[in-house]
Design a protein around this ligand. Structure first.
Ligand code: AP5
Length: 214
């Protein structure tokens, strides 16, 4: 199973990919998470990426493509994967196709999360994340039992810097300009499968299972 989860910021890609990857025994490859981990570890990559992420801009293609080349080459990715947050430009999509081709693989499907802008804004501004175990919450739709405390590990919850209202607007513009052209790109290749992203977390998960046949 080799899937891409495509959709605007806050569409629910990470929420679904984490759970379904576990269920299907494949790896979840999220470029945003990889960059945030690099930043937390204080690496050069993390510090370079921060300059772009904080203002809601895309990290340069060559940096992200190198990151994915290295990650896809690890043995666990050979069992299958869900890629989330990549590709985000046509250049990244071309690079992914060529990386997979080099190892005799190809994408099975690109799941596109359809969702309205007001719902994206609600989801992004209400998102909270555990500093320790990275569990994702939402103040309304998936709240922790105690305010600002992770149910799973007791860690402190925080709001991502790029989830402020001003940066979210910019991320949505960047998505429209640089990532939305991928819809036509994957549709022309017969890979794009739209899924309604606005139902409950469980309803969206059922819809994805149905289109993937799993
Ligand atoms: P990244 O981390 O990839 O952010 P994103 O694509 O903007 O996506 P998000 O993580 O914001 O949203 P999501 O769709 O995963 O939603 P989630 O499941 O959390 O990228 C961050 C930055 O890194 C970029 O801006 C860029 O700078 C850089 N970057 C990363 N990849 C790059 C690349 N390939 N090229 C260049 N730069 C790159 O859900 C959101 C909230 O909604 C949560 O609170 C959740 O609990 C809630 N929720 C989820 N589903 C539902 C539901 N069905 N009903 C109600 N609430 C729900």
């Amino acid at each position: 199973m080799r899937l891409v989860f495509l959709g605007p910021p806050g569409a629910g890609k990470g929420t679904q990919a984490r759970e379904l990857a576990r269920e299907w025994g494949v790896v979840h490859l999220a470029t945003g998470d990889m960059l945030r981990e690099a930043l937390a570890a204080g690496t050069g990559l993390g510090l370079e990426a921060k300059r772009y992420m904080d203002r809601g801009a895309l990290v340069p293609d060559e940096v992200i493509i190198d990151l994915m080349r290295e990650r896809l080459a690890r043995p666990d990715a050979a069992r299958g994967f869900i890629v989330d947050g990549f590709p985000r430009t046509i250049a990244q999509a071309e690079a992914l196709a060529s990386l997979l081709k080099d190892s005799g693989q190809a994408l099975d499907r690109v799941i596109y999360f359809e969702i309205s802008e007001p719902e994206l804004l609600r989801r992004l501004t209400g998102r909270r994340i555990c500093r320790r175990c990275q569990t994702v919450y939402h103040l309304i739709s998936a709240p922790p039992r105690r305010p600002d405390v992770c149910d799973k590990c007791g860690g402190e919850l925080y709001q991502r810097e790029d989830d402020s209202e001003a940066t979210v607007q910019h991320r949505l513009e960047v998505y429209a300009q640089q990532t939305a052209p991928l819809l036509a790109y994957y549709s022309e290749r017969g890979l794009l499968v739209p899924v309604a992203g606005e139902g409950s977390i469980e309803a969206v998960r059922r819809a994805i299972r149905a289109v993937v046949g799993a």
